[in-house]
Write a protein that binds this ligand. Structure first.
Ligand code: PMP
Length: 346
């Protein structure tokens, strides 16, 4: 793996954005007069630009996850992080990426936006990567393989063996999207970032951490990969309110754990009911905060639930997902209403 050969040509020579304030780290900033950034000087809590390097947020994440701060990049949601990966490593019109449908839709959306070919290699019937076929699809212009584990919308995670085979045999980046990792019993791949220079992990505060509204995504990778991403990230991509809220929430690990436990309890309750529902043909195993279910007629069942005011996701048009519906796990009260309606429809 050579970071230089996979970096987009024009990105190699770029320098990260630096603000005038980067140079004053050793000063007591409280005593300084800031007339450098054309801000309104009157204090209201957010009249100043946020920290472009988000040092306080990264310090907590680094400590919690046993990584160095320079192995972290933050984005406006993990969607922005994914986009930055395309922009840093994929030459439009020339390069390609590989994604494994059925999976999260943004890999394909971002490939299209960035004018990068998306090579799709279907998962197996039990939703595992076909490693041989993926490696056959690789050519000298393949820059990234996107693995989503646990996978959205299927709910399962990928076998360690397939992930390791890809990490060892592919010379580009293997991105593991761990948006749902906190709901799984499996360990994050984070412990392996020092082992594999081509491993990139994305996580988010939108799911288990309950902060979808603030948009904070996290990328963990080698220092070399992170320093390339730093060259192209928008300077103030994580706003002040987001940074404050994230710090507050990350410090409340007990509350987060409790919420995850409740969600998993509700998930197990729902699974028990779903297998008994007459129109349900298959309930797929899940390690996430949602469950994929094959029914007799997805469109019909979707409409029936909408009529009851319950919105779920109809995944029937996705490959391997014919007549499949995806249910996100709600609160105990929401779950009770869903279960009641499912029984009535059964
Ligand atoms: N990855 C996966 C697998 C997702 O399902 C989602 C959200 N649906 C995201 C990333 C995007 O997360 P964020 O809110 O951090 O942009």
């Amino acid at each position: 793996f050579d970071i230089n050969t996979i970096t987009r040509e024009n990105v190699k020579s770029l320098k990260p954005y630096s603000s005038a304030r980067d140079e004053f780290e050793d000063f007591d900033t409280a005593e300084m007069i800031f007339l450098d950034a054309n801000e309104n000087p009157y204090q209201n809590g957010v009249n100043r630009y946020p920290d472009p390097q988000q040092v306080s947020v990264k310090a907590i994440l680094a400590k919690n996850n046993f990584v160095k701060q320079n192995q972290i990049l933050l984005g406006n949601g993990s969607d922005e992080v994914l986009d930055l990966l395309f922009r840093a490593f994929c030459e439009p019109k020339t390069d390609n990426i590989i994604s494994l449908p059925p999976t999260y839709g943004m890999y394909s959306v971002l490939a299209n936006i960035n004018n990068v070919e998306n090579r799709e290699v279907l998962l197996t019937q039990d939703f595992q990567p076909q490693v041989d076929k993926i490696l056959e699809a690789v050519d000298e212009n393949t820059k990234i393989i996107f693995l989503c584990s646990p996978n959205n919308p299927t709910g399962n995670s990928f076998s360690d063996e397939s992930v390791v085979q890809l990490l060892q045999n592919f010379k580009g980046l293997v991105v593991i999207d761990e948006a749902y990792i906190d709901f799984s019993d499996k360990e994050s791949w984070l412990t392996e970032i020092d082992e594999y220079p081509n491993l990139v992990i994305t996580q988010t505060l939108s799911k288990a951490y309950g902060l979808a509204g603030i948009r904070l995504g996290v990328c963990y990778a080698s220092e070399a990969v992170i320093s390339i991403l730093n060259k192209i990230k928008p300077p103030y991509n994580v706003n002040e309110l987001t940074q404050q809220k994230a710090i507050e929430r990350l410090k409340d690990s007990e509350k987060i754990k409790q919420e995850i436990t409740s969600i998993i309890t509700q998930r197990e309750e729902l699974l028990k009911v779903l297998v008994e529902v007459s129109f349900v043909e298959k309930v797929y195993p899940t390690e996430a905060n949602f469950v994929l279910v094959k029914v007799d007629d997805a469109n019909k069942r979707y409409d029936q639930l909408i009529a009851k005011g319950i919105v779920i996701r109809n995944r029937t048009s996705q490959p391997l997902c014919e007549n499949c519906l995806r249910f996100t796990i709600g609160t105990e009260e929401e779950n009770a209403v869903l279960i009641k309606e499912l029984k009535l429809l059964s």
